[in-house]
Design a binder for this molecule. Structure first.
Ligand code: NAP
Length: 365
């Protein structure tokens, strides 16, 4: 995707001092696409970003350059990261495609054998988590189902990663993984919780303008950590995502409506088995698309939105009572017409229609 087509981008700004120093040989100013400015000390610190862009499939063989920090991509503009994606299903692969295209080295680990898919994308697959750890990724990105996240995290030998690894997640709920990551990871790890609010369906035409929510739960002091966090967030910013920084709790409150409601309505409509007709209205086509968009995700994903968002139960109750209140309004109106016909002798609305049978007036209440 062309980076010239970015939407909603705030003015560019310089990267933190350490990264700027590491790039001082380059004449290109590295831009920050989602922040107005940084407030970091001008101290130089060794960067952990690798010096050489590598082919993804060579990932395990590349030396990791802790000390030089000199990062120069072919474009001369952005650092390359070594990103380990844990949970290489539908979504992990979707993200990997863009990361590889951006020149990052992507390592994948998953319960199932996704080595063929990884090879097609240009990532390296590691069936054994210990082998993954030995590759010393800069970033570990958790992309498992919400329901399996705790078991997956527990199964990782996290102490074998480098001491200051950046751990991030893309789970569609946020308070739950935040608490998990803080509970299971060593205190030295940086933690960024994220939710790209789009998927393979809704981002079929690219990520530009689509919201990316993030919460920097713990990013340690020091320009190197700051630069790495920024380089990771830049994966999304450089595609034109609308970068939205908000707390995990705030995300979950909003997501109950924006996401759980959308998925619930999509799944309800799917049970009606709606078909395209020769007289589709725009609104009806929107409904058909909603069914497609929501039901192409796994039921595990939907179930996770319910199980691990505190606000989901209340939303379901509200949805039920909204349906009741709409029905009540319709049936109250109908009862009123019938009462008038029965007791006041006013003419039926439609003389041709037969009097509604009592059973058809029963709305189940
Ligand atoms: P998903 O059904 O939520 O997750 C599938 C992934 O979870 C696969 O990598 C699968 O591994 C792994 N997994 C499931 N059960 C497991 C278990 N018991 N043990 C170990 N691993 C297990 O579908 P998804 O669409 O790929 O989503 C992945 C994550 O991204 C979820 O947390 C979801 O909330 C988030 N997300 C998805 C979207 C989207 O549009 N799809 C958008 C934003 C965020 P294997 O494939 O190896 O079996």
């Amino acid at each position: 995707m062309s980076s010239s087509g970015r939407f909603h981008q705030p003015p560019s700004c310089r990267r933190p001092a350490a990264l700027a120093q590491s790039l001082r040989a380059s004449t290109t100013t590295v831009t920050c696409r989602w922040r107005q400015q940084y407030h970091h000390p001008l101290a130089a610190a060794p960067l952990r970003l690798r010096a050489v862009p590598v082919r993804a499939t060579d990932a395990a063989r590349q030396p990791f350059d802790h000390l030089s920090g000199a990062v120069k991509s072919e474009e001369g503009t952005h650092p390359r990261l070594k990103i380990a994606i844990v949970g290489f299903g539908n979504y992990g692969q979707f993200l990997a495609r863009t990361m590889v295209q951006q020149g990052h080295t992507v390592l994948a680990h998953s319960r199932s054998d996704h080595s063929a898919a990884a090879a097609t994308i240009g990532a390296s697959f590691y069936a054994d988590a210990h082998d993954l750890c030995e590759c010393q990724p800069d970033v570990v990105l958790l992309s498992t189902s919400i329901l399996s996240a705790e078991a997956v995290l527990r199964s990782l030998p996290v102490h074998r990663f480098r001491r200051s690894t950046l751990f991030a997640d893309v789970l569609s709920v946020k308070e739950f993984p935040k608490n998990l990551l803080l509970a299971y990871l060593p205190g030295d790890f940086d933690v960024i919780c994220t939710h790209p609010m789009f998927g393979p369906e809704s981002a079929r035409d690219g990520w530009a303008g689509l919201p990316f929510v993030f919460d920097e739960v713990r990013v340690g002091d020091g320009p190197a950590r700051r630069a790495r966090a920024d380089a990771f967030l830049d994966v999304f910013a450089r595609e034109g995502c609308r970068m939205v920084e908000m707390s995990c709790a705030e995300h979950d409150a909003h997501a109950a409506e924006t996401q759980f409601l959308t998925h619930t309505v999509g799944r309800m409509l799917a049970t009606l088995d709606l078909k395209s007709t020769p007289i589709n209205t725009k609104g009806y086509e929107t409904l058909l698309r909603l069914v497609d968009n929501t039901c192409s995700d796994s039921f595990d994903l939907y179930n996770g939105l319910f199980m691990y968002n505190n606000n989901a139960t209340e939303l379901l109750h509200r949805l039920e009572s909204a349906m009741d209140s709409v029905k009540r309004r319709l049936f109250d109106g109908l009862h009123e017409v019938l009462r008038r016909q029965l007791f006041e002798g006013s003419p039926p609305l439609n003389r041709d229609s037969s009097f509604p049978a009592e059973s058809s007036l029963d709305d189940g209440r």
